[in-house]
Design a binder for this molecule. Structure first.
Ligand SMILES: Nc1ncnc2c1ncn2[C@@H]1O[C@H](COP(=O)(O)OP(=O)(O)OP(=O)(O)O)[C@@H](O)[C@H]1O
Ligand SMILES: [Mg+2]
Length: 283
């Protein structure tokens, strides 16, 4: 599979290659916030692109702007500068390209799981009946068969996450943005979910961008891992993960896997230390 995430060497506006236009491309995205203490620069010229069907993970120090980047991509917040392209066309603030599973993705406790998973489609204006038929088809592959009419409190943490992911996926957007989808899970459930996600991704071949704090998870699932720097945030490193697929859990115990993990951890720790020092200076 050809996968393309790369940092632009030049400052020219990208032109999609006829051979394989990127599914999406971020060009020089910058974003900051006015705070009581003054302007806080967060994203400082982020360049990124990915081809169709690739799985990209983004790691970076806490507070460096990963969720902000997703909010910009999903059109929830405007960028101060920069452009978002989808299939070579400028997407501007349009939301319809991205299916977004936010960091805190709550299921409504008063709705059944089926009715929770149809919310995105209903917001898009799909009739409820059609939305239910579309969502119901995914309950089996998402390991939720039989729980259509349960309420969220009846589900385990992993099942809730799968329901939240189902709600995102059923909207059939071109690109999925998953912000720490397994962040709240215990390590065993998390491992099960990673294996499950690897399997369903192979089946559906979504283009995925996932934020995670777990370097091992990033390496295991991804074609590429992007490390962001401390604020003001730039792309610090883009690492191709060429480990063979399908990937078994045992791969994580191999020296090749460990070497990639170590390299990424070193860069991440360096940036996290830098972020802590900067915070101390600016707080
Ligand atoms: N609406 C806002 N107003 C002011 N500052 C904001 C706003 N949203 C985010 N920020 C600031 O922007 C920075 C990046 O926040 P963001 O939530 O994107 O970080 P993150 O990388 O997702 O962090 P984490 O890993 O902890 O989830 C932080 O310093 C945060 O305080
Ligand atoms: Mg975040």
């Amino acid at each position: 599979m050809t996968v393309g995430v790369e940092v632009h060497a030049t400052g020219t506006i990208p032109v999609a290659s006829a051979a394989q236009p990127p599914r999406f491309e971020l060009w020089h995205i910058s974003k900051g916030f006015e705070t009581p203490g003054g302007f806080r620069p967060v994203l400082d010229g982020i360049d990124l692109k990915a081809t169709s069907g690739s799985f990209i993970s983004i790691i970076g120090p806490s507070g460096c702007g990963k969720s902000t980047l997703f909010n910009v991509m999903a059109g929830l917040e405007p960028a101060d500068a920069g452009r978002v392209y989808v299939d070579g066309q400028e997407a501007g603030g349009k939301r319809e390209h991205f299916g977004y599973m936010p960091q805190k993705d709550l299921l409504f406790p008063w709705r059944t799981i089926l009715d929770n998973t149809t919310i995105g489609l209903e917001v898009q204006g799909k009739p409820r009946k059609e939305a239910r038929v579309a969502a119901a088809k995914l309950f089996e592959p998402f390991g939720l068969a039989g729980f259509e009419h349960a309420r969220p409190f009846e589900l385990s943490g992993g099942m809730r996450q799968r329901a939240a992911l189902l709600r995102t996926v059923v909207q059939e957007r071109e690109i999925l943005l998953l912000d720490e989808p397994f962040g709240a899970l215990d390590s065993l459930t998390r491992l099960e979910m990673q294996t499950w996600l690897a399997e369903v991704w192979v089946k559906y071949r979504w283009t995925v961008v996932m934020v995670t704090h777990d370097v091992r998870e990033a390496v295991y699932l991804s074609d590429q891992v992007v490390v962001l720097s401390a604020r003001p945030t730039k792309v610090r490193l883009v690492k191709d993960i060429t480990l063979p697929r399908p990937r078994e859990e045992a791969l994580m115990a191999t020296p090749e896997f460990a070497a990639i993990e170590r390299e990424l951890l070193e860069v991440l720790h360096e940036e996290s230390r830098h972020a802590l020092q900067t915070q101390r200076v600016t707080v």
